[in-house]
Design a protein. Structure first.
Length: 304
């Protein structure tokens, strides 16, 4: 059996298999894209046209501004270079002119040290240009001497250097590494005792571990200077910082050993003063060998 079908526009029918037919959907032509401009929603316009880029133009005004900036920068660079050269030339002239030659060195504060020794430490000589001298270098050189605690150096134009020195003052003698040294009131070592430069001072001894009690030495010196102790430093033969007895003071004229406990030592010293005054009042000091003030108690031992 055959079937004849009239032609349909846009529709085609193909025979897929016996007694079955498949219809292909009609193909619709895509409408042209519509462009919406502004608020005119219903207006259809054609494809946008893109303008061909035009070459940029350089105006004479921009070129002139660039050269003006370039000339300004060049002028500033030349000015800076000229000022730098001028300052350098001025500095060289000031550090070589004879007007600022060193003619005088003032040294103050020395007692033990000779002024010539201080001048040699500073490494300055007459004729040196004052402005060329390094004040910090001179101060550092002076500080290397063990007898100088602090030093200040300043220029006094046109040709003077002023040096102010603070010396370290020896208060005790201490045995250290097999030699005898001077040390200050805080127990800090100053310098080794020289054969021809000996000063009679009390000797100190610090037992191992008692270095933390070195401040007692400065406190003791202050207390003695304020007449709050039954002796003066001229009577002291030696001082020992001991674990067992605290601060031991050996008096040379009376031969009495005073032992003051390091804990609350000011209170212990106060009680020792009371006992000392009582023994002196009774005329028994010549029979005393050791007086110990420790732990709120005072013991008196007879001389053997």
């Amino acid at each position: 059996m055959s079937v004849r079908v009239g032609s349909l526009s846009g529709v085609s029918i193909s025979k897929k298999r016996k007694n079955a037919y498949t219809a292909i959907a009609p193909v619709k032509t895509a409408e042209a894209r519509k462009w919406r401009v502004g608020n005119k929603r219903n207006r259809t316009v054609g494809a946008p046209r893109f303008a061909t880029p035009r070459p940029s133009r350089v105006s004479l005004k921009s070129v002139g501004g660039f050269f003006a900036r370039l000339m300004t920068m060049g002028f500033a660079a030349v000015l800076i270079a000229a000022v730098s050269v001028g300052l350098l030339a001025g500095y060289r002239w000031l550090t070589t002119v004879n007007y600022f030659c060193l003619t005088n060195v003032e040294i103050q504060g020395v007692g033990r040290l000779p002024t010539d020794h201080v001048r040699a430490l500073a490494e300055i000589t007459p004729g040196d240009n004052l402005l060329a001298l390094d004040m910090e270098k001179i101060r550092t050189a002076l500080g290397r001497d063990p007898w100088i605690e602090t030093a200040s150096v300043k220029r006094v134009l046109p040709g003077t250097v002023s040096i102010q020195v603070v010396e370290r003052v020896p208060a005790y003698l201490v045995h250290y590494e097999g030699a005898l040294y001077y040390c200050d009131e805080s127990g800090r070592i100053i310098d080794k005792v020289a054969a021809g430069d000996f000063v009679s001072l009390p000797q100190i001894e610090v037992e191992a571990g008692m270095e933390k009690r070195l401040a007692l030495l400065a406190d003791l010196k202050k207390t003695v200077a304020e007449n709050r102790a039954p002796f003066n430093l001229g009577q002291v033969g030696w001082i020992r910082l001991s674990w067992g007895r605290g601060l031991e003071v050996q008096l040379m004229d009376t031969g009495i050993l005073l032992c003051i406990g390091s804990e609350n030592w000011q209170q212990n010293l106060y009680r020792l003063n009371l006992v000392w005054a009582d023994l002196k009042r009774r005329g028994e000091l010549d029979r005393v060998g050791i007086i110990t003030a420790q732990d709120d108690k005072v013991w008196v031992e007879k001389r053997t």
